[in-house]
Design a protein around this ligand. Structure first.
Ligand SMILES: *Cc1c(COP(=O)(O)O)cnc(C)c1O
Length: 404
């Protein structure tokens, strides 16, 4: 590493709050699926800013759309209408089949909105203020207090207790465990269609259908967090779309703006008509013209570039290559995931393997201590997968077999 890059890193550690153990690199520029650090070193990126940069870096059409919007207007206020927000909401309705959209600035805020929606919906039904939400163990929904309260990782929650309260946890893909947590106060069941941070666990079809039936039977809202698994990552626009069941409320963010901070929570007309009303919820930035110009262009490019088809083809190939790798190495327990959202589960912590890969010009990320997560840009090709696998093999050999 150059002295210049080292100096920047040292300065960063003096100025930024140390809430991340960062990899020792300053990325400066991106091009397609490649990142470049300050020293001009090239990296193949299989993280895409954690499932964000779906279209790859420096997409000219996307960048031009943002530049144009910047010159027109960046921000107004939600007290007025703006064209990009109208178009973005129409686009999101079309690709999701949901009816109403509220734009947020992040995934966590989208989850906050979903929680408020559920509580208000239940409150309007029976006037009580002791409603419960069932969330899943090993889930991840964000770091704000509400989102943290439904995050099924006690380690993340512990120092910040008390949580918002009336949250119960069940196990994903275990319908009986959900039924056990249901009471007459339950207002919503919330889970990620494919758990991301928690270990790349897809919901089973049986679980999805079971929860839907349970919710219908009891008048409970089914709320799906699609912040990470949505926006094409599994080969459907939203992961729930391959199960034949529809949620009442859903969240999205990460790839929604492909780098511009934007999220959303969406709901059916039935929920919209009986939940949040004027004065109940708001945001200064959420859905501003710049963020929504990004959403519009992302949706347009997804269609035109046939991103879903690429995810299906290359996702299947990635899956096959990772399965072969898992079969070839004793230290790999299994592969899990869907489409271009995959994880390799190791029998040991993966930090050293990821660092070795980084040294060899491949960017990877973990999910928990023992899992390497693969969430590349959705525009990668089979050749990129081959290149990634080859560097990953070298890295595993070096760390696990040679022990250096
Ligand atoms: C990343 C993530 C969030 C939080 O999104 P932020 O934009 O970081 O607030 C929420 N839910 C899921 C499933 C996520 O992966």
């Amino acid at each position: 590493m150059s002295q210049m890059m080292q100096d920047y890193i040292d300065e960063a550690e003096q100025a930024l709050l140390h809430t991340y153990n960062r990899y020792q690199v300053v990325f400066e520029r991106g091009e397609g699926v490649r990142l470049y650090d300050m020293d001009g070193r090239e990296y193949l990126d299989f993280v895409s800013g954690i499932a964000v940069f779906a279209l790859g870096y420096a997409n000219k059409e996307y960048n031009d759309a943002l530049k144009e919007q910047i010159d027109r207007i960046i921000h107004t206020s939600n007290y007025y209408y703006n064209k990009p927000a109208i178009e973005a909401a129409k686009g999101l309705k079309r690709i999701s089949g949901m009816d109403r959209v509220f734009f947020t600035n992040s995934g966590a805020e989208a989850v906050e909105g979903a929680i408020k929606t559920a509580r208000k919906y239940a409150f309007l039904k029976d006037g009580r203020t002791d409603h419960e939400i069932i969330a899943m163990e090993h889930s991840f929904h964000g770091r704000t207090m509400g989102a943290l309260s439904v995050t099924g990782n006690p380690h993340y929650r512990a120092p910040f207790e008390p949580m918002i309260g009336n949250i119960r946890f069940a196990a994903l893909n275990d319908l009986d465990s959900v039924k056990k947590q249901i009471t007459d106060k339950t207002c919503a069941i919330l889970f990620e269609t494919v758990q991301g941070e928690g270990g790349l666990y897809p919901a089973t079809e049986e679980f999805m259908r079971g929860v839907r039936a349970l919710c219908d039977e009891r008048g409970i809202l089914m709320m799906l967090d699609e912040v990470q698994c949505g926006m094409g990552r599994t080969g459907e626009m939203f992961a729930w779309q391959r199960y034949g069941v529809k949620p009442d409320v859903m969240t999205t963010a990460k790839a929604l703006g492909c780098g511009v901070p934007v999220g959303a929570f969406l709901m059916t007309e039935e929920v919209a008509a009986h939940s949040l009303e004027a004065g109940d919820h708001g945001t200064t930035y959420g859905g501003n013209p710049l963020a929504c110009a990004a959403v519009c262009k992302v949706i347009e490019l997804f269609d035109r570039m046939d991103v879903l088809e690429n995810v299906r083809t290359v996702g299947a190939y990635l899956e096959k290559c990772l399965d072969e790798l898992a079969a070839a190495y004793d230290c790999i327990r299994t592969r899990r995931g869907v489409g271009l959202m995959q994880g390799l589960v190791f029998d040991r912590p993966v930090g050293d393997i990821i660092s070795a890969a980084m040294d060899k010009g491949l960017v990877l990320i973990n999910a928990g201590a023992d899992i390497i997560r693969f969430v590349p840009p959705l525009v990668i090709t089979k050749e990129h997968v081959d290149e990634m696998i080859s560097i990953l093999r070298e890295s595993i050999n070096q760390v696990v077999i040679e022990g250096v």
